[in-house]
Design a protein around this ligand. Structure first.
Ligand code: AKG
Length: 171
């Protein structure tokens, strides 16, 4: 049931728009903002600010629940994927609200595709229910994967996903 997270044509078109044609899955993971929790520092999904030779990472959030003003929706600071600074260098407190941040508010079933050099992070869930999501996270082929897919792939999965899926997983 997770194959769609790294094979959906519209998602891959979005990834390609950011990373170019030479990308692979870095990891597929689940995250829930639990009641009273979920706050993250503003961060990027790369070790440094944007490298000279272009963007290296691009993330997607698959909303399993509605993202609302109150339940720990992801915040992003639009335009910061062009910044040469990391949030911790530019901000006194990356945990604090940023004046230009916006919340991603969308219904369950939506997929958010974002250049994850943009400053972003989870916010606190002020409701009594988990706010759940799946991330399929991509990187350029010159980068190490967050999860070494080759190590975990089963023969059944390899067979099922075919040559295209194998190329995206880099197995
Ligand atoms: O779940 C979210 O709202 C954002 C998660 C995130 O950016 C992360 O875990 O690095």
């Amino acid at each position: 049931m997770f194959d769609i997270c790294y094979t959906h044509p519209k998602v891959l078109a979005g990834i390609e728009a950011v990373l170019g044609a030479s990308y692979k899955l870095s990891s597929l993971n689940y995250r829930a903002a639990k009641p009273g929790r979920g706050q993250q520092k503003l961060h990027v999904d790369y070790k440094n600010a944007v490298p000279e030779d272009g963007y290296k990472v691009c993330n997607t959030i698959w909303l399993l629940d509605d993202f609302t003003e109150r339940n720990g929706a992801t915040r992003i600071v639009p335009g910061t994927h062009r910044s040469r600074d990391l949030p911790e260098a530019a901000m006194h407190d990356p945990n604090a609200p940023h004046p230009d941040e916006i919340l991603i508010i969308a219904p369950a079933g939506s997929v958010v595709i974002f250049n994850s050099h943009v400053w972003h992070g989870g916010t606190t869930n002020h409701t009594d229910r988990d706010r759940r999501s799946i991330h399929s996270y991509f990187c350029t082929r010159d980068q190490p994967q967050q999860i070494d897919q080759q190590r975990y792939i089963t023969p059944e999965t390899r067979e099922r996903i075919g040559a295209r899926g194998q190329a995206i997983l880099d197995v």
